[in-house]
Design a protein around this ligand. Structure first.
Ligand SMILES: Cc1cc2nc3c(=O)[nH]c(=O)nc-3n(C[C@H](O)[C@H](O)[C@H](O)COP(=O)(O)OP(=O)(O)OC[C@H]3O[C@@H](n4cnc5c(N)ncnc54)[C@H](O)[C@@H]3O)c2cc1C
Length: 551
């Protein structure tokens, strides 16, 4: 018998969002008097669109506002002059454990393939280049001894410091009590300690050299480049590992932006109130509203939302899915809509920087075999040089290929921040030429390169949250805010959702799950409820709420 799939079942809030979504009785309903009532949603990223789609299915009328590009951080930018050849600027690899994400992708019939991560079959081959030394491998077993030692040490450290097999077994079994039993002491022990601290104090790594930690920082687990996360809270790393966010990843053929675009255009088969054929696009007359510039408590206690052109509309409920800093920098948000402690959490959110640079090439030339060695000409590459991660995308024999020359985070991304795209490409090619002295990558480039730094875009101000040691309480305040019955009346009606509110930032599944929390909150505010056969996140909150460290 095959084991059940690991999902993003907690570990902080062990609730099976995927089962809730898939249940034949649906996720809930609102009374008929509420049908057609408008709910404002700030942001057309995956979180906002999941909110909009599910609220429309309940018969409410979502009104989506967007200040930048539709789809948010699920952005697939086409190369000029090529048909359907894209660069994934934000999310690009989606683990099988992101079950809610995949349920929407399946609904839309999107095709997926294994992502060419380091040391996977999909990559074919991998080159790890560290301290000027390059290692070629098709599987992890081809790497020198030190890499095996590092991998073993990581597994041992997880077992020793986080009771890992037991935690994963409880997550796999979707056993909320057992998950809590294991995760609560880990939360208390590790909230205020960093990933690097975990490594250096583990027995498994203590007996190994400093260079082992350097190797680990470069190759990490799954996707590589984990030294950028060394200062982060260890809890964040454990969540990613325990819920297999970094394993078995797939990409969406043709670009992940098809997911937000598809939800916008899709007419659900079962919907309350709205006539057959209704979609988010048809409810909006084909376009989102403009960006939001102000939210305040208006007439009759309703929330007044003003867009950038000065048009004001009032709502009983508003869901904000934009990065939380934007609630102070881009939107004039009335201060007493949010309690002081939550404001503090929102403002203390720490975003990670991220940069990517892509080129389109005439063909997947990297698959040509070197006649002398029989190896691929070029491989998926992890290096301590400035490119950090280079990914190769084969779009098939009759389409140009794509190379993500460089994918980097934090200070490595900052190196690119002020530079124009041509300079970024030049630097990346120069770094790669040291690893592949006999390949002229530039001779294969066609069209214009594409690049991004998310922190340079005023619709985001950063790529994604990366919680620091001591941030658990801030996370707790943000994540639990959808449970509004205990809030003072002036703080009710504005719901927060999205990547930055989630326990697993940088993974689209967290953005979806927090969107579903907001859906539950709005539904409840309108007097709605879940079917008794299918309780929602708020219905099980009392017994499963994430541990409150201040209680
Ligand atoms: C570089 C990078 C790599 C990533 N890699 C992965 C990955 O491989 N796998 C994975 O699962 N996840 C990945 N992620 C994370 C994933 O992309 C996010 O979790 C998800 O897309 C966030 O969705 P969201 O709806 O919460 O936020 P967003 O997509 O940011 O949506 C919020 C929207 O709000 C809009 N907005 C901002 N201000 C206003 C305003 N004033 N008025 C109206 N609208 C406003 C923004 O323009 C934006 O469109 C990655 C993210 C980045 C940046």
């Amino acid at each position: 018998m095959t084991e059940p799939q690991i999902t993003l079942f907690g570990p902080d809030f062990p609730f099976a969002y995927d089962d809730w979504l898939a249940h034949p009785d649906g996720i809930g309903s609102v009374p008929t008097e509420a049908h057609g009532t408008e709910v404002a949603i700030i942001g057309s990223g995956i979180s906002g669109l999941v909110c909009a789609y599910e609220l429309m299915r309940m018969g409410l009328k979502p009104v989506v506002y967007e200040s930048g590009q539709f789809g948010g951080r699920l952005r697939s930018q086409p190369f000029e002059g090529a048909d359907g050849v894209i660069a994934e600027l934000g999310g690009m690899r989606f683990p099988l454990s992101s079950q809610c994400f995949w349920s929407y992708a399946e609904k839309l019939g999107l095709e997926a393939q294994d992502f060419p991560n380091p040391l996977t079959k999909a990559a074919g081959s991998t080159v790890i280049d560290i301290e000027g030394q390059s290692y070629y491998a098709e599987t992890a077993a081809d790497l020198p001894q030190i890499f095996q030692e590092v991998m073993r040490a990581w597994d041992d450290a997880l077992e020793e410091g986080a009771n890992f097999s037991a935690l994963k077994a409880a997550i796999r079994a979707k056993d909320p009590k057992r998950v809590r039993e294991i995760w609560e002491p880990i939360t208390r022990a590790w909230d205020e300690r960093s990933f690097y601290d975990f490594l250096t104090t583990s027995e498994a790594f203590a007996n190994l050299s400093f260079h082992h930690r350097e190797v680990f920082g470069q190759v990490g687990f799954g996707t590589g480049g984990w030294d950028s996360d060394f200062p982060n809270s260890m809890l964040e790393i454990l969540r990613v590992n325990a819920t297999e966010q970094d394993d078995d990843q797939r990409y969406i053929v043709g670009g992940v932006e098809q997911l937000p675009q598809g939800l916008w255009r899709r007419s659900p088969e079962k919907m309350a109130h709205w006539p057959v054929g209704t979609s988010l696009s048809s409810l909006h007359g084909g376009a989102t509203k403009a960006g939001v510039s102000r939210i305040f408590r208006g007439v009759g206690d309703r929330l007044a939302v003003t867009d950038q052109w000065g048009r004001m509309r009032s709502y009983d409920a508003v869901i904000a899915t934009c990065q939380s800093w934007l609630l102070t920098t881009a939107i004039e948000t009335e201060e007493n809509l949010i309690g002081a402690k939550l404001w503090q959490a929102l403002d203390r959110t720490r975003y990670m920087q991220s940069s990517k640079t892509f080129v389109m090439v005439d063909r997947p030339f990297w698959k040509d075999k070197d006649p002398k060695t029989g190896r691929d000409t070029m491989s998926m590459t992890l290096t301590d040089r400035l490119t950090r991660g280079t990914y190769l995308f084969d779009n098939g024999p009759d389409k140009p290929g794509v190379i993500c020359l460089s994918y980097s985070w934090m200070t490595d991304a900052n190196k690119m921040l002020p530079l124009p795209v041509e300079k970024r490409v030049e630097l990346a090619l120069s770094a790669l030429s040291k690893i592949y002295p006999n390949i002229d990558i530039a001779s294969h480039i066609i069209g214009d390169p594409i690049t991004i730094n998310w922190e340079a875009d005023d619709n985001f101000l950063g790529a994604f949250k990366g919680a620091l040691p001591g941030h658990y309480r801030y996370n707790w305040r943000m994540f639990s805010h959808f449970m509004q019955s205990g809030l003072p009346p002036e703080e009710r009606g504005l719901f927060l959702a999205g990547d930055g509110v989630s326990w697993t930032p940088a993974w689209a599944e967290g953005a979806v799950q927090t969107g579903l929390n907001a859906v539950w909150g709005v539904m409840t505010q309108f007097g709605g409820r879940c079917a008794p056969s299918n309780p929602g996140p708020g219905d099980v909150w009392a017994e499963r709420a994430p541990v409150d460290l201040d209680a």
